[in-house]
Design a protein around this ligand. Structure first.
Ligand SMILES: C[S@@+](CC[C@H](N)C(=O)[O-])C[C@H]1O[C@@H](n2cnc3c(N)ncnc32)[C@H](O)[C@@H]1O
Length: 327
């Protein structure tokens, strides 16, 4: 599969006019930035992949460490994010941006003619910029089409297609498995009742259905009752755990011996996969025995950091030539 690459000072990635107008600047604040730099330890001349370049917060800091002579390869599934990264990283150094899923990392490197890299960062999930865009349907606080695809050019299904089509037991399974939602069956039943009346089209409609389905005092008011349902649907729409498994499998085929991987996850399902991968002592030397969490000060200034967990490891030995595109 050919990937769309953008390099500096090259052409800009494709982006809608609306996105161009709405997004003159990024809102996203990079999480655990000091820890990322400390564990990734990027040195002048290094080749580093930012698998989730987003609006380029982490990448900008990495670029300042790898100059002169380094190369930052930035991937994102979302063309709008690549536009923000382009604005942010322009002029900061040697950058190749690529519209790709990090599940295809080995193929991306092959297309760039890069054999091994010194460091790989993945800051999982979605960015505040995506969350703040009502047109994407990620937020239960905003009303917009219930889409949730990170890559709006992907064929789907969208979250609306899932909630309007899936059988009730399958919906309940998804909410339980990917949202760890205690009231999964109640919520699935409420969704099915609601969609019999009319199709569920917006994030606001879905959030209201979920809020009305759960008992008062849900999770002692700590989170909006729609949080776990939205998380579950987003994970399924974007096959997030499959992509993460594929990335973790490919890292030993992409990093040089001694190269470092740093992963930031935002829920236990992701963190479990990262922990399990780094537990392979033949391949990995763990740099973090316990995950690194943001300080109270960081959480106060950037509430999105609240559930972040960073794990880092150094590759002991590289593996030769993976079956690429293992998805
Ligand atoms: C938390 S944000 C990263 C923010 C970034 N570190 C920064 O400082 O601006 C995650 C980004 O990764 C992208 N993303 C998530 N899963 C992806 C995948 N499987 N492949 C490529 N990009 C992905 C999302 O579209 C989003 O832009």
């Amino acid at each position: 599969m050919p990937f769309a690459f953008f390099s500096y000072l090259g052409s800009e990635p494709p982006v809608s006019d609306d996105a161009r107008q709405q997004r003159s600047s990024a809102r996203h604040v990079p999480v655990l930035l000091d820890a990322v730099l400390s564990y990734l330890n990027p040195a002048p001349g290094a080749i580093v992949v930012d698998c989730t370049v987003g609006s380029g917060g982490h990448s900008a800091a990495i670029l300042s460490r790898i100059a002169p002579g380094g190369l930052l390869i930035g991937l994102d599934r979302d063309p709008d994010m690549l536009q923000l990264a382009t604005q942010r990283l322009d002029g900061l150094g040697n950058v190749r941006l690529c519209h790709a899923d990090f599940a295809d990392l080995r193929q991306v490197l092959d297309e760039l003619g890069v054999d091994r890299v010194d460091g790989v960062l993945a800051d999982l999930g979605i960015s505040s910029d995506q969350l703040a865009d009502p047109g994407r349907g990620f937020s239960f606080r905003l009303s917009g089409p219930l889409d949730m695809r990170m890559d709006p050019t992907a064929p789907g299904p969208t979250a609306a297609e899932l909630v309007n089509k899936l059988p009730e037991p399958e919906l309940a399974r998804i909410l339980k498995q990917y949202g760890e939602e205690r009231y999964a069956r109640r919520i699935a039943a409420a969704i099915v009742r609601a969609r019999r009346r009319s199709r569920i089209e917006t994030s606001e409609q879905l959030a209201e259905i979920v809020r009305a389905a759960v008992p008062a005092g849900y999770e002692r008011g700590r989170i909006d009752p729609a949080t776990r349902t939205f998380q579950a649907l987003r994970i399924v729409v974007n096959r997030e755990l499959d992509a993460l498994c594929s990335l973790l499998e490919q890292l030993p085929y992409c990093l040089r011996p001694g190269g470092r991987a740093v992963l930031i996850s935002f829920h236990s399902l992701e963190d479990r996969l990262v922990k399990r991968a780094f537990a392979d002592r033949e391949l990995w030397e763990r740099l973090t025995k316990k995950p690194i969490r943001p300080s109270a000060t960081e959480i106060a200034t950037n509430p999105r950091a609240r559930s972040a967990k960073l794990r880092a490891a150094r590759l002991r030995k590289s593996l030769d030539r993976s079956p690429t595109g293992s998805r």
